[in-house]
Design a protein around this ligand. Sequence first.
Ligand code: NDP
Length: 275
Amino acid sequence: MIINGLEIAKDCRAKLKEKIDKMEIKPCLAVILVGDDPASQIYVANKEKAATEVGIISKIFRLEKTTKEQDLLNLIEILNQDKNVHGILVQLPLPKEIDEKKVILAISPEKDVDGFHPMNLGKLVAGIKGLVACTPKGCLKLIKSVQSDLTGLNAIVIGRSTIVGKPMAQLLLQENCTVMMTHSKTKNLPELCQQADIVVVAVGKPNFVQGNWIKSSAIVIDVGINRLDTGKLCGDVDFNNVSCAAITPVPKGVGPMTIAMLLENTLEAFENQNS
Ligand code: NDP
């Protein structure tokens, strides 16, 4: 079974639109893009389009590549104070002269729709309601579209980044999975993977996970986005050689869900700020 992220994301967006259409005041998302990285420009354009379609007001701030860190921090502070802005997203990566960690810390946790602020990450670990990072939040919805009760399942997360792997492991733990968190220093990864009922891969290496690592009853979520020399996109899983219960394709798997969850988080931030 191929998990159709595109369709599931479409459903999420339709539900959001229905809610937002009924609202008198609309949520507003501010997106800051620094520099002219082509991939980031496409991501920002896609987020703007998706936001507009569901009725979220989007304000895009395009800053020069040479923008000083302090000027970016000043803009974030203005947006933090602006009661008409409910979500703030700074598109990553930033030019190397700017300290990403400082920028993430500067965003008000209530407006941190990416869920990257340590306050929101900490809330996730503590089991307190907060804004959850969009990609792992979307991955969990995709898994639950196949199996709603994950209690007692063995899950493996490959990759321990703060934006995908670590929050993903926490979400699976909250669903009562037994979670294995793995990374580049993990030994016997194929054997560990073979024990997993749920496999989430966020490594960034084309076709890294081989077909014989995956058991036939597993649900496989491929977060990786890799561009091959041919220009074709592929994930971290050797998709054509995997035989399992359910798997996400790349593209049209996790990617569309990430954007849908950004919109969901923007509405959630709006509701929190107005409750
Ligand atoms: P990072 O580079 O931050 O993290 C990669 C992780 O993979 C690290 O934890 C690293 O381990 C681990 N890793 C590297 N090599 C191995 C190995 N041989 N065995 C096991 N683990 C390994 O990447 P991100 O988490 O930011 O992104 C991962 C992928 O997901 C990328 O392709 C990215 O483009 C994609 N992505 C897709 C999104 C979407 O919406 N679809 C959103 C975000 C990311 P260690 O910590 O030890 O170095």
